[in-house]
Design a protein around this ligand. Structure first.
Ligand code: NAD
Length: 286
C-alpha cells in the first residue's frame, strides 16, 4: 500500500498539525473542516508554527515552502476521493465521528486507509460506523500535542483491522518522523492511563498542601527529567479536556481514576488553562 495523498478531517489543534507533519514528509495533504474560517485559522496557525520553527532551527525555509506547496484545504469531503489515507481528527464525540465516517464511506476508494486520532473512544466501536468492507482498513493513530514536536504515535488496531493496515500506517507515521508504538484497543490506550494517574496524584498533593503547582512542576522537571511539569502540561492540554478524559477512565477502571474535587472546581470556575488565560498558572498578565 503506497500512501501519497492524505486527507485530514478536522483542522483543530491536532488535525492541523497532523496535516503539517504529513505535508513536511512530502505527502500531498487535503485538510478539511466545517467552515472556511476554521481552515483559514488553521493555515495561519501552521504558518506561525513554521516561522517559529525556523527561528528555533527546527525547520528551514525549504521545509516551509514544501509544507505550503503540499497542503490544500477543502470544505468538500468529496475531494477526498483521491486520498490513499484519511486521518479523522474531529471533536471527541462518537456521533460527530460517526457522521464523518458515514460521509467518507460515500466518497473514499475501496482501498483507502482510515485512521482516527481519538484519545478515548474504542477503535472497534468507531469501526462499526463504517461499511463492513472498510473495517480491515481502519485503525487508531493517537498523536500527541503538539504534533509538530511530539514523536509518539500510539497505533491501535481494532478487532477487524488487517495486519497490512497496521504495517502501512506505521510506515506513514515513520515517514513523518514519528515513532509508532502498537497498543491494544483499551480505554485510554497506554499513555493517557499513565499520565492521568500521575496528574491525579499531583493534584492530590496540591489539595493536601504538600507543595504548590509551581514547586511540583520544578520538582518533576529536576527530579524526573521531564521537559515540562504536570501543572504546566495540564494547562496546555486544558483542564476541561483532562476532566472529560478522567471521567471516561473512571467509568472504565473505577476509583483509581476518580477526578479530584479541585480539578472539578477549577473547570466549573473557568480555570481551564492557557487558552482560557488562567488555570494552574495565570496567562492574562504580562
Ligand atoms: N487536544 C489534544 O491534546 C489531543 C491529543 C490527542 C488526541 N486528541 C483527539 O484528537 C481529536 C481532535 O482534537 P482537537 O484537540 O484537535 O480538537 P479541536 O476542537 O481543536 O478540533 C476539532 C476540529 O474538528 C472540526 N470538526 C468538528 N466536526 C466536524 C465535522 N463534522 N467535519 C469536519 N470537521 C469537523 C472542528 O471544527 C474543529 O476545527 C479528538 O478526537 C481528540 O480527542 C486530542
Amino acid at each position: 500500500m503506497t500512501v501519497n495523498t492524505i486527507g485530514v478531517v478536522g483542522a483543530g489543534m491536532m488535525g492541523s498539525e497532523i496535516a503539517l507533519v504529513m505535508a513536511l514528509a512530502g505527502k500531498s495533504v487535503l485538510l478539511s473542516d466545517r467552515e472556511q474560517a476554521f481552515l483559514d485559522k488553521a493555515v495561519a496557525k501552521l504558518d506561525g508554527v513554521l516561522d517559529k520553527g525556523i527561528v528555533r532551527g527546527f525547520y528551514s525555509e525549504d521545509d516551509k515552502a514544501r509544507a505550503q506547496d503540499n497542503m490544500r484545504t477543502t470544505l468538500d469531503l468529496g475531494d477526498f476521493a483521491c486520498c490513499d489515507m484519511v486521518i479523522e481528527a474531529v471533536f471527541e464525540d462518537e456521533e460527530v465521528k460517526a457522521g464523518v465516517y458515514r460521509a467518507l464511506d460515500q466518497v473514499l476508494t475501496t482501498d483507502c486507509l482510515i485512521a482516527s486520532n481519538t484519545s478515548s473512544i474504542s477503535i472497534s466501536v468507531l469501526a462499526s460506523y463504517l461499511e463492513e468492507s472498510r473495517r480491515p482498513l481502519f485503525l487508531g493513530t493517537h498523536f500527541f500535542s503538539p504534533v509538530s514536536r511530539m514523536k509518539l504515535v500510539e497505533v491501535i488496531p481494532g478487532l477487524e483491522t488487517a495486519d497490512e493496515t497496521v504495517a502501512a500506517v506505521t510506515a506513514v507515521c515513520e515517514e513523518a518522523g514519528k515513532t509508532p508504538v502498537p497498543i491494544k484497543d483499551v480505554v485510554g490506550f497506554a499513555v493517557n492511563r499513565l499520565i492521568h494517574i500521575f496528574w491525579i496524584e499531583a493534584i492530590r498533593l496540591v489539595e493536601e498542601g504538600v507543595a504548590t503547582p509551581e514547586d511540583i512542576d520544578t520538582a518533576c522537571k529536576l527530579g524526573m527529567g521531564l521537559p515540562v511539569g504536570p501543572f504546566r502540561l495540564m494547562d496546555a492540554v486544558t483542564n476541561n479536556l483532562s476532566l472529560d478524559v478522567q471521567e471516561i477512565l473512571h467509568e472504565a477502571y473505577g476509583p483509581r481514576f476518580m477526578p479530584r474535587p479541585l480539578l472539578k472546581q477549577m473547570v466549573k470556575a473557568g480555570y481551564n488553562g492557557r487558552s482560557a488565560g488562567k488555570g494552574w498558572y495565570r496567562y492574562d498578565e504580562s
